[in-house]
Design a protein around this ligand. Structure first.
Ligand SMILES: Nc1ncnc2c1ncn2[C@@H]1O[C@H](COP(=O)(O)OP(=O)(O)OP(=O)(O)O)[C@@H](O)[C@H]1O
Length: 235
């Protein structure tokens, strides 16, 4: 799968300007709070509409401002893991995951996901009584149930304590590896970006400060923002 995106979106005082070309790789986005990371993901997912530009997945156009094409979020096949997981509170774990299936009932796949994410025992429980890790596993299972072509992870570990963070990082790593398509991970934690991604983009006030091989950028950040975020203090 190849994701090509070039778009602009004005938000408050900044304009987010993004140009990406990704092919079966994991991109990490690093940037200060408010620089436009979540807006970027939301534009790709179809939750927000860019003012201008084009987003294409292989030969399928998801958004084209000139041709007035804008596929609905539900039709984009882009999986989105929200910071707070956004589980439906009135549905059990099983129902939350099943909700992501299309018309056809994929019972075997549902059971497989419950097992894979260690959710079989809590399948009939509601999100409010789940641990943070179980909530995140449910959200990941729901995301994969829709068989996405692209996976977007927005600060997937921010709601977890440090022990769970380590455990869930391994799970996310396995998900990304077995997925094998285009994935984007937004994180404030540079170590997570370093461990989980092959490509890294440093954003500064809505723009791409630099983008390239993660190991290369971490070894030699070329911009002041890159040096600050990677070599400097905390974000
Ligand atoms: N739906 C929206 N419509 C218009 N402006 C928005 C919308 N969502 C966020 N913004 C604004 O866009 C800017 C970038 O926000 P965004 O949430 O993308 O930052 P971020 O880099 O993800 O920050 P953080 O790391 O704190 O999550 C902010 O000024 C924010 O107030």
């Amino acid at each position: 799968m190849r994701l090509q995106a070039e778009f602009r979106k004005k938000v408050k005082t900044e304009t987010i300007e993004i140009s990406l070309d990704l092919e079966n790789e994991v991109l990490g986005i690093l940037g200060r709070s408010g620089c436009g990371k979540s807006v970027t993901l939301r534009c790709l997912a179809g939750i927000l509409q860019p003012d201008k530009g084009r987003i294409q997945l292989d030969d399928k156009i998801l958004f084209d401002s000139e041709k007035k094409i804008s596929e609905k979020a539900q039709k984009r096949k882009i999986g989105y893991l929200f910071q707070n997981y956004a589980l439906f509170p009135n549905m059990t774990v099983r129902e939350n995951i099943a909700f992501a299936f299309g018309k056809e009932k994929e019972k075997d796949f549902l059971e497989e996901l419950l097992e894979r994410f260690y959710l079989t025992e809590v399948a009939e429980l509601y999100p409010a009584v789940l641990s943070g890790g179980q909530q995140q596993r449910t959200a990941m299972a729901r995301m994969l149930a829709a068989k996405p072509d692209v996976i977007l992870l927005d600060e997937p570990f921010s709601a977890l304590d440090s022990f769970l963070r380590q455990e869930m990082e391994r799970e996310v790593q396995q998900v990304l590896q077995s997925f094998g398509g285009v994935s984007i991970l937004v994180s404030h934690n540079k170590e997570e970006i370093f461990r989980l991604t092959q490509k890294c983009m440093v954003m500064e006030r809505g723009k791409i400060a630099e983008i390239g091989d993660t190991k290369e950028i971490f070894a030699h950040p070329k911009t002041a923002e890159g040096r600050l975020l990677i070599q400097g203090g905390s974000l």
